[in-house]
Design a protein around this ligand. Structure first.
Ligand code: ZN
Length: 87
């Protein structure tokens, strides 16, 4: 397991609203601050007027920046768009 997976996939609470996240609860990363949030919070985030632009920029810089830090930058970056559960 990569470090980011330990840190992010098994977060115990939504970083935005503080809702408890169980190991099987789906979570997703915010394109704004890369923190794990619950799905209702992600829905809210998607309503922001700048969401599309921010997510487009995020994926571009994310792949470049995390290539050095993580062995699997694609996995990390795409977790901003696909919900996942703690393994
Ligand atoms: Zn939340």
């Amino acid at each position: 397991m990569d470090k980011w997976e330990e840190m992010l996939t098994c977060a115990l609470a939504c970083h935005r609203c503080g809702a408890d996240l169980g190991p099987q609860d789906k979570r997703i990363l915010s394109v704004y601050d890369h923190r794990p949030v619950c799905l209702p919070c992600k829905k809210e985030e998607e309503q922001r007027p700048d969401y599309e632009e921010v997510s487009r920029q995020m994926i571009g810089t994310c792949m470049a920046e995390t290539e050095i830090l993580y062995s699997d930058p694609g996995g990390y970056c795409f977790h901003h768009f696909y919900p996942f559960a703690c393994k």
